[in-house]
Design a protein around this ligand. Structure first.
Ligand code: SF4
Length: 501
């Protein structure tokens, strides 16, 4: 069984990580860099490792990016220098390619006099094969997003000297069918913004109408903040071109390859509660998850509480359905940066307490239902349980709004390898014992999907079932392009021997 190691606890503290937020703004006459900045701010939860923006004034495409938060990367003075009529923005968490400035996005290229910039949310599953076939050995490109840009550059190079306004668009369309895995992309050249959603639609991407322009973004709150009126979500397999002629929707993949599989983690954990996915409220879905949990796994208790943040609406739903009063049992310190790395094991065990502290007067002597979104390594839940018991909780009944996470994600969520997943090898009863709660129940997959109120829409749930909608290579590692010596043999073999495409 997994240990209660302090390193694991520190890694577990933040839960699984997203793989980026993307924004595109086309709005002549509007302050596009400020609008993009605001939208990126609204998508900060999707990536805190780096932030960047590319802005075009019709002649020059300028990129500014930095490691850290959006507020670290941009200030008023920087934004004022970024004048133009279109922009794309990116907030990054790394799933292929390490957390370095080089891998911050947008990725920029100038090829044969043509400039473009690209932002990517998701994770390619055929990175090694693509790099091998294109002769791009590790070191030439450092992330799957960098690889996409390099491939577009190769296509542009082949266009020759005579320039056409749609060169970048055509180069992109030539590259897209070769990509496999998860990719919601925004791409800009001097005169247009292009948004792409992969044929499975793993990651969200939506379109909004601005006064005199358009905005695309990973989640609807980014549209809200810039005053864009929500129009629709991009379809899986859709390419949306935005330029001075308006919108053009292209569908480069054959119908037979369109197979919607929105990541169900977006609904119960990643997306903001004020987001809408598949046209449904994420907050309402989380409340419903709690209601269904109360029906599926009732408990005799005095108070229902949620683990902040995403456990809170589900706890409200559990309380409503069960009739057990809702109360706050944990206070979250909102000012813990992701960079918190304590120097000693003793201090690392304090990491959970630094972020979450029990409200003694609310939990002492009570039988508690504690609602949480997921269990990955289990170390956070174990420490939260210990803190609640030390605060006087009489009983703890843990209820999880998702099934046991048994498989890693290869589509843009940084779920650890199988060996680190508590549920990969242990039963629910063994997990209950490890965490130290009085009872434990996970929401079933069919109830989780039902709670979205979009049951027929198509979801990926591979991290629960191992049923991967897109094949993944053996030994996949996110650093294959940077540190080939750390890649498992299977993946290196692909780099060396996979046939050209
Ligand atoms: S494997 Fe899990 S986390 Fe990854 S895309 Fe599918 S549902 Fe989401």
């Amino acid at each position: 069984m997994a240990t209660d190691g302090s390193d694991a606890a520190a890694r577990d503290l933040e839960g699984p990580k997203e793989a980026c937020g993307v924004v595109g703004v086309y709005a002549p006459g509007q302050p596009v860099s400020h609008l993009t900045y605001l939208a990126m701010y609204a998508l900060q939860h999707r990536g805190q490792e780096a932030a960047g923006m590319a802005v075009s004034d019709g002649v020059q495409l300028t990129v500014v990016k930095a490691e850290g938060l959006v507020s670290n990367a941009f200030d008023d003075r920087t934004l004022l220098t970024l004048q133009g009529h279109l922009a794309i923005g990116h907030t990054r968490y790394s799933t292929t390619g390490g957390s370095t400035w080089r891998n911050a996005q947008p990725v920029w290229r100038e090829v044969a006099g043509r400039q473009f910039a690209l932002g990517h949310n998701g994770n390619l599953t055929n990175t090694a094969a693509l790099a091998s076939s294109a002769g791009m050995l590790p070191g030439i490109v450092s992330s799957d997003s960098d690889l996409i840009a390099e491939m577009i550059g190769v296509e542009l190079d082949a266009c020759g000297e005579e320039r056409h306004p749609d060169d970048v668009e055509q180069a992109l369309l030539a590259v897209l069918p070769r990509l496999q895995g998860a990719f919601s992309l925004v791409l800009a050249d001097e005169s247009q913004v292009i948004a792409v959603r992969d044929p499975h639609g793993f990651r969200p991407l939506c379109l909004g109408k601005l006064d005199g322009g358009w905005c695309v973004a990973s989640e609807t709150p980014a549209l809200d903040i810039v005053g864009a009126h929500f129009v629709r979500e991009l379809d899986p397999g859709e390419v949306l071109v935005i330029d001075h002629d308006g919108l053009r929707s292209l569908h480069p993949w054959p119908e037979s390859e369109i197979d919607p599989h929105l990541c169900v983690f977006e609904f119960f954990y990643f997306a903001r509660p004020d987001s809408r996915l598949y046209g449904r409220s994420v907050h309402a879905a989380r409340v419903r998850m709690g209601e269904l949990l109360a029906e599926q796994a009732p408990a005799e208790a005095d108070m229902v509480m949620g683990v902040p943040e995403s456990g809170i609406p589900a706890a409200e739903g559990f309380a409503k359905a069960s009739g057990i009063p809702y109360g706050q049992g944990l206070v979250k310190n909102r000012y813990i940066g992701r960079s918190f790395i304590a120097p000693t094991p003793e201090l690392r065990t304090k990491a959970v307490q630094l972020k979450l502290n029990p409200l003694r007067e609310n939990v002492a002597g009570k039988r508690l239902v504690v609602v949480e979104d997921s269990i990955v390594r289990g170390t956070t839940q174990k420490q939260v349980t210990r803190m609640l018991r030390e605060a006087g909780a009489a009983e703890i009944h843990l209820r999880i709004t998702s099934p046991p996470v048994r498989w890693p994600c290869f589509y843009g969520i940084d779920i650890p390898e199988r060996a680190e997943l508590l549920a990969a090898d242990f039963t629910v009863e063994e997990i209950r014992e490890f965490i130290g709660v009085d009872s434990l129940a996970y929401l079933t997959l069919d109830r989780l999907v039902a709670s979205t109120n979009a049951p027929g829409a198509g979801f990926c749930h591979a991290c629960f079932t191992g049923d991967y909608p897109v094949e993944v290579p053996v030994g996949f590692t996110k650093r294959v392009l940077e540190e080939p010596s750390r890649a498992p043999a299977g993946q290196l073999e692909q780099l060396a021997h996979l046939p050209s495409i």
